[in-house]
Design a protein. Sequence first.
Length: 94
Amino acid sequence: MNNALDRFFGGPPLWVLVRLAILSLIVGLVLSVLNISPYDIIEGFRNLIAHLYDLGFGVIIDAFNYFLLGAVIVFPIWLIMRVMKTTSRDRHDS
């Protein structure tokens, strides 16, 4: 079980969480120096969605269609590569 968690997290879960906490602190400090708040980021995202809405749903529908078209190819290839990598890793571990 622990090995599965290590694989999922990319290392020991506690160590990964410590690294993420340190990285979050550093990024927070940099954003604070740049005078950027989380509310600015959320507001920017909200403005982006509103702008896309104002452009019309045609653009969003087209983008979604492109996403689906690419996803039909990308996701199965990704899944096959992950299964092959996991299978080869398990074979080498035994």
